[in-house]
Design a protein around this ligand. Structure first.
Ligand code: NAD
Length: 260
């Protein structure tokens, strides 16, 4: 149902972003994927997405902490496909440290990537969406856009900001056929989660098993990790006509975490 539409998914060489890209390609969308990683592995994914969609798939490997690189990526997308119809702001990183020790470069990186990049891609994507009277802006926010956890000050700040930004954009675009929503997963099993285990072990003086069960899944009542496919399925639904009146929402996929 997405034939002829173009989707840009930031941070889609891995984890949740790659799952979005696969789900959108399976419905026929053209894809622009973005993110870091092994060049050969990315090319293999890109080719598989192009084949699955029956349209085209392009890789744009820009660093989204830099405004000029975001502008370059959006220009490449416009040149190749005429514009972006579905924008998924998904690239994000985490750092775990007490606030008084939080490294300044990590704070700046997380705000730049998890929050500012979404502003820049959105401002550059919106003119085409308004003109075509159709668009979908989807943010991978987080349960941490609704509630906090200790030692994640930058991440929680960025995700709360992203949730507010999304509501504002939803209001501005409400009469243009463009929706803007947050998807807020709890803990999804991806490299981002796996990679924060060592720092959490250090910050809390815990073993790997304690971090998994007593920290990560402690607040997730289902006691299971969300899967990337479950998150992607919700994004796909938001692209359907049936979802055209869902806008400005922050949709939890968190095993009951934020119900508590
Ligand atoms: P991941 O580490 O698997 O993927 C992150 C992606 O972002 C990768 O493709 C990476 O290359 C890319 N990236 C990193 N720095 C970048 C930069 N400077 N410029 C462009 N791309 C960059 O992580 P994930 O778990 O799939 O996370 C995706 C999103 O989901 C993030 O925004 C994260 O905050 C959010 N999220 C994750 C979870 C979870 O439990 N995994 C829960 C809630 C929200």
């Amino acid at each position: 149902f997405l034939k002829g539409k173009t989707a840009l998914v930031t941070g889609s060489t891995s984890g949740i972003g790659l799952a979005y890209a696969k789900a959108l390609a399976a419905e026929g969308a053209n894809l622009i994927i973005n993110g870091f990683g092994d060049a050969q592995a990315i090319e293999t994914e890109r080719a598989a997405l192009a084949q699955a969609s029956g349209g085209d798939a392009m890789y744009s490997g820009h660093d989204l902490t830099k405004v000029d690189e975001i502008e370059a990526m959006m220009a490449e997308a416009a040149k190749a496909f005429g514009g972006v119809d579905i924008l998924i702001n998904n690239a994000g990183v985490q750092h775990v440290a007490p606030v008084e020790e939080f490294p300044l470069d990590k704070w700046n990186l997380i705000i730049a990537l998890n929050l500012n990049a979404a502003f820049h891609t959105t401002r550059l994507a919106v003119p085409h969406m308004k003109q075509s009277k159709w668009g979908r802006i989807i943010q991978t926010a987080s349960a941490h856009s609704l509630v906090a956890s200790p030692f994640k000050s930058a991440y929680v700040t960025a995700k709360h900001g992203l949730a507010g930004f999304t509501k504002t954009v939803a209001l501005e675009l409400a009469t243009f056929g463009v929706t803007a929503n947050c998807i807020s997963p709890g803990y999804v099993w991806t490299p981002l989660v796996e990679n924060q285990i060592p720092d959490t072990m250090k910050a809390r003086n815990m073993t790997r098993e304690q971090v998994m069960n007593d920290v990560l899944l402690a607040g997730q009542p289902t006691k299971t990790f969300v899967t990337v496919e479950q998150v992607a399925a919700l994004a796909l639904f938001l692209c359907r006509d049936e979802a055209s009146t869902i806008t400005g929402a922050n949709l939890s996929v968190d095993g009951g975490w934020t119900a508590q």
